[in-house]
Design a protein around this ligand. Sequence first.
Ligand code: HEC
Ligand code: HEC
Length: 373
Amino acid sequence: MPMTRTAADSDGATRRRRRGRLLVWWHVAAAAAVVVVGSVAIQHALPAGRAWAPASFDLAAAKADYRRPPPLTVANPALVELGRVLFWDPRLSATGQTSCVSCHQPHLGWASTDARSRSDSGLPMPRKAQPLIGIGYAADLPGGWDGRLLSLRAHVRASLTVGAMSTGPIGKPVPLPAIEARMRAIPEYLPLFAAALPGTPPGLEAIAQAINAYARTFEPGVAPFDRWIKGDEDAISASAKRGFVLFNTKGNCAVCHRDWRFTDDNFHDIGLPGDDRGRGQLLHDVAAMQFAFKTPTLRSVALRAPYMHDGSLDSLYDVVRFYDSGGINRPSRVGGASPLHLSEQERLDLVAFLRTLTGEREGESAPRPAGRT
Ligand code: HEC
Ligand code: HEC
């Protein structure tokens, strides 16, 4: 393990408190379908019927639930450094033109503003690139909009061999050994590999380990919201503060977008139109997983319009309007399609709140490419 999760775990008490309160909210739970995929993927269905917040809302307790944990610790800085150079290097892709950063851009919360990025094959990807901001905290959970890959490391490996970085989709994949040989032929990489993983040959495994270690350092930048949580009342507007309350009560958003990263790392059908069955493509028999997609983190969300797995909503206001309308009513839809009945001011308040989640300095600039000065 290149990093420990100890720091995040120290926040366990907060999370337990919050979970307790969410359970109270969910007292109407009719059923919770639990499905285990592999050894790590636990999915649950939210209860039927929208659960509303209790009449008395404890602002101080809610704020305490959103306190950030200290950043994850780095066990092997040389491995992270190697991952940094690789993440930005297009020579890892089949054609030599696509790098991870082509679709996961640091200043956009490691996401993209293209509804469909073109993979190395030149063909558009079926879905929008996911944000990788804060991914270190979910590195051992299923990833992808549909949870197809069981860990961050598996995702890196798949991106290189059959996914976005390969020409796989057009049926002329460049064999992996050719890419490995190409990387080994860059002399400047050899000391980086040697420092990061002494004794391990520079190949796919080492590359996957290094990018995995690097991606775990994508800590969300400190946002105005964080300063407010820490006690600076002037950090966010009155409208955003009302939005925070709505987010946790009438809007019901925090049921899925919970804790400081604003995600449960789980899969839900929120009622978006479209034929893509998301996690249902893998779990045909689980009713709640049809049209279900991974809850995205809302950290730096303002930077990466258009929204959703298909980029179908152009602005945060459109997203809020969508939730307000309730979406498509179908059996998998969480809680049925019950509109929220928000006033125009409430919609604007929610948007104002979402805008406070952008870190003041997000991302980082390109490292010097190995062997290219
Ligand atoms: C051409 C665009 C493109 C490139 C290049 C690309 N990705 Fe992605 N990435 C995507 C898309 C699209 C998704 C969503 C896939 C899906 O579920 O349909 C994604 C999803 C992910 C996820 C899952 C995140 C989550 O929250 O579950 C990870 C991790 C990831 N990419 C890492 C990488 C890494 C590392 C590289 C470089 C080796 C890379 N990606 C290269 C487009 C790209
Ligand atoms: C039942 C769980 C659930 C609830 C409740 C919920 N969301 Fe979501 N949210 C999701 C999922 C899942 C997605 C991704 C859906 C997709 O792409 O198909 C999403 C996507 C989003 C996005 C787009 C993020 C991006 O990067 O594209 C925003 C913004 C958002 N939600 C805000 C909210 C707000 C505001 C509320 C409350 C009004 C809310 N959500 C309630 C699960 C939920």
